[in-house]
Design a protein. Sequence first.
Length: 402
Amino acid sequence: MNRLLLCCLLAALAGPESARAAAEVLLVPPAAGARAGKLLELTVYLNNPTTEPFTLVVPDVLHADIASATEQRRVNAVAAGRETGERRVVAPMNFATLKVALVLPDTLEGTVSLRLPDLGTNAVMFAVEPALAVKATPLARQAAEEAVASRGEDLDLDTDREMIRRHISRFEPIYFAVGAHGGTNARFQFSFKYLLVAANNNDPAWYNSVYLGYTQTSLWDLASNSKPFYDSSYKPTLFFLRESLKWHPSWLSQLGLIAGVQHESNGKGGPDSRSLNTAYAAPVAVWTFARDWRLVVAPRVVAYLEKQENPDIARYRGNVDWYLRLGTDKGVQFAALLRKGNGGGYGSGQLDVTVPLRSLPAFSPNAGGYLQFQYFNGWGESLLDYNRRRPDQFRLGYTIVR
């Protein structure tokens, strides 16, 4: 009830048009005094007085526009304690908060106005005390450094490290799992994507959604004496990704799109060499339910551009990969990849169940990663075996990114 009352109050403060029309991103001025040259943390309310879920994607780059009587400038900011690119979904008639941190320029003094253009917020006004003229003591400097470290962020976004961190993000799951059917074996995967051109606001151009991606999936034979790698798939890809389009049907909570071209090969020579080039496109449909449960369905349509080393691969893989995921961001998740080959009786299915280690009694609440259960059934678990069916596999593993 308290959350509903606060949501209605925020809607009233935002004005009659916003209360009637759409959700709002509202910036609140700092409750305490601010000082030039020091860290400032602001609260952003994501207020949704409508009857539909509201989604905000935290931009890869955040800025703050600051104006005083003597200067106007733009400074870097960070979403404290959160990853860029994260989706914040606010249920109907509800609200959520987002913390944003920045360092005020040491030249500010007096009354200033500040807004966050990348989030489309309102402007707020507050008083800023001038920067201290005396040099900070080691104890004060240590306290300031610990305050920034506690947010898990480096506020200097111009360093090489921060530039890389802002452009590299998760792509497909990263995990290591071990099974024993047909001999002890392991399967592991590494994946990431790199944003080529970051957006400067919350309304990006098409080229602000173009990525380079790389995924490597390997099968490791742990039963043989030399413990060789049985096969690996190396998959560089160039693709377009919008996690949330501006329009979607009323019966969907969110609609996204991914499309691109991909090369896949196993790096072998001679008769074991396998490679293919494909183009693909997939709508990503999201339904949000009670208790933050979400269902994601993404049918990926694949066209084979070059398949000389495995000309009949569509017979076993088909032309549509069905990806489904059900669960919560902070709880258990079920993910499935289903393929129906164009030939009768061919296809494959993979099911992954992941549980946060921090939610299990035997682990610390600060534990990272997920306990993984993986099951594979069907043809072509590896590119080398695209036209073979090996024993079904059940694996137990550790997932870093899901």
